[in-house]
Ligand binder design. Structure first.
Ligand SMILES: [Zn+2]
Length: 221
């Protein structure tokens, strides 16, 4: 069975992807990889991610520490002088962290080479298309080419299995896979409770509502 490196953040997309890969390939062939890129919610999401990974029986999952990206200040996710926008402000583009997926996939490629995996996958989905250029198919295809050109193995690919799925469809798939949504984290603010106002939360809540499911995590009322 092929091995896969799964970039994992504990969000609804990457958690559903992790569960899908465990179902399709077996847990022993799935290698999650976590990141701290200096965002306001990294600490919270990594705590949530490690808790879920422990629940699933994973051991020694690496955390890539690149908080220097935060000090670049190119995004409201990382810049302490700028607020995370609420969804109604229509400013989701300000949450793009420049080069983030290029950098994270490069680490994923390195990890895949090291553990003998043939796939690096991440949870980009159709809803990311408008605001996030590094979640588009053309980018993913070219990262796969980069991965192959930089390796003698010539087998490595970069994939985003949900690139044509909406978040509504991801919640539907997650339900089929019995994803424990109460063990996931989405809010960009990374505080005690999810704010329910940021773009990430609003997309999440809409996806649950469209599936007729109540999101089990607690929000600021
Ligand atoms: Zn939020």
């Amino acid at each position: 069975m092929e091995k896969v490196v799964t970039l994992f953040s504990s969000g609804m997309d990457s958690t559903t992807l992790l569960y899908k890969s465990i179902r399709d390939k077996g847990k022993e062939n799935v290698f999650p990889l976590l990141f701290n890129y200096g965002s306001k919610h990294n600490k919270k999401e990594n705590k949530t991610a490690y808790s879920l990974l422990e629940y699933l029986g994973f051991k020694k999952v690496p955390l890539v520490e690149i908080p220097i990206l935060g000090s670049f200040g190119g995004s409201t996710l990382t810049d302490s002088n700028r607020e995370i926008p609420s969804a109604k402000e229509g400013q989701q583009r300000t949450t793009v962290v420049p080069g983030r997926n290029t950098i994270m996939l490069a680490f994923g490629i390195s990890y895949a080479e090291s553990v003998g995996a043939t796939v690096v996958e991440f949870g980009a989905c159709a809803d990311d298309y408008i605001s996030y250029p590094d979640c588009r198919e053309i980018f993913i295809e070219h990262m796969a080419t980069v991965a192959q050109l930089g390796s003698d193995r010539k087998v490595l690919s970069v994939e985003a299995p949900f690139v044509n799925l909406s978040k509504i469809e991801i919640v539907k798939l997650g339900e089929e896979l019995s994803v424990p949504w109460d063990r996931t984290w989405t809010c960009y603010k990374g505080e005690e409770l999810a704010c329910g106002q940021c773009d990430a939360d609003v997309e999440r809540l809409q996806a649950f509502e469209a599936n007729g499911i109540k999101d089990p995590i607690e929000y600021v009322s």
